[in-house]
Design a protein around this ligand. Structure first.
Ligand code: TXA
Ligand code: MG
Length: 327
């Protein structure tokens, strides 16, 4: 665990908004109000900042996060809008609706934030404090609800402080959030589908689309969103993984961790190191991009060195175990 932080709390004014943008730009964590619940914000394009979000929340797994944006241009830089998505955005943004879209070719959102998926969840919140911070920062911000994993979503700055004090840099206090439950999530990757019920009623969405929304077979909740391999269809490499590898066999690729590569690394097909320093935040930030790169290297097997189980190691190991599971 890293040393506790001093968590500052600031009333939402122009100085606090500027402060929030500075902290985000430095890779720090800022809790801020949206119209639904308080979000725990980090620079969506910075894998290490995103890793700190999972660490602060104590999430045992890497669920994909929502990228929050200030305007439609920013949203279109991240995801591809089909006709349904464009209609929903025009009708309900800003507002408590998140759209899951195919990533654009140059989507700058960190692989860790989308959990390695080719899709990205995008939302334009309807709260002046959130919008001011997003505009001042000028880049997309991931913001899961600002609570520890398994706790209730916070609707006041006091809730956030009680749960995340000492774990994040700044809380911008903009009073109680009006909606109080998370945004409704709709997947727009073909037939529109309700991925999570939330602050925008299904009926309003169906009226706008002129038809019914398909249902998630097992609609998710916030902290246990969608069963792995279902709609979020978790990223998994095609190359088989061999976990807890202490030596590399001929023809294998190596995903290393720490300063001492596994025995036989010299004749590996290719080698990438999640973190030579043995830093789990850096390792989390590199996980999905390095898996992709090794998957493309043409090895028969990707050998993965042991990853410690503490801190973010739990989530890293969770994801590696899923990726290694037979399909
Ligand atoms: O109201 C809200 O949406 C709040 C406020 C702070 O904006 N945020 C929020 O974020 O609830 P979070 O990270 O707790 O919820 C993200 C949800 C999860 O259920 C996740 O599985 C889903 O979005 N999600 C994110 N990216 C996805 C993707 N590419 N495909 C499918 N589901 C995705
Ligand atoms: Mg939550």
């Amino acid at each position: 665990m890293t040393a506790p932080l001093v968590t500052r709390v600031a009333k939402a004014d122009a100085a606090a908004v500027a402060d929030a943008a500075r902290v985000l730009a430095a890779g720090g964590l800022v809790a801020f109000p949206t119209e639904t619940v308080y979000g725990l914000g980090a620079d969506a394009t910075d894998g290490r900042a995103v890793a700190r979000v999972y660490q602060a929340k104590g999430r045992p797994a890497f669920n994909p996060l929502i990228a929050h944006v200030a305007d439609l241009n920013a949203a279109q830089a991240l995801g591809r809008f089909d006709a349904d998505a464009a209609r929903l955005a025009a009708a309900f943004w800003p507002g408590p609706l998140t759209l899951v879209l195919a990533k654009t070719a140059h989507c700058p959102v960190a692989d860790l934030a989308t959990a390695g998926l080719d899709t990205v969840a995008v939302r334009m919140p309807d709260h002046h404090v959130a919008r001011d911070i997003l505009a001042a920062f000028g880049k997309p911000v991931v913001a899961p609800s600002a609570n520890r994993s398994g706790h209730l979503s916070p609707t006041t700055a006091d809730h956030v402080l009680a749960d995340l004090g000492g774990r994040i840099d700044l809380i911008v206090d903009g009073g109680a959030t009006p909606v109080g439950i998370e945004s409704t999530i709709v997947g727009c990757l073909g037939e529109p589908i309700l991925l999570r019920p939330g602050g925008l009623p299904r009926a309003a969405i169906e009226r706008t689309l002129g038809r019914k929304l398909a249902d998630t077979p097992a609609a998710g909740t916030d902290d246990a969103p969608l069963a792995p391999g279902m709609l979020a269809s978790h990223y998994a490499p095609r190359t088989p993984l061999r976990l807890n590898a202490r030596r590399v066999e001929a023809g294998e690729a190596l995903l290393a961790f720490g300063p001492t590569p596994a025995e036989g690394a010299g004749h590996a097909n290719s080698v990438l190191n999640l973190s030579e320093r043995g830093d789990l935040i850096e390792a989390a930030a590199n996980l999905f991009s390095q898996l992709r790169a090794l998957d493309a290297a043409g090895a028969g097997v990707i050998a993965v060195m042991p990853i410690p189980a503490n801190g973010l190691g739990e989530a890293i190991n969770d994801r590696l175990a899923r990726a290694a599971a037979p399909r």
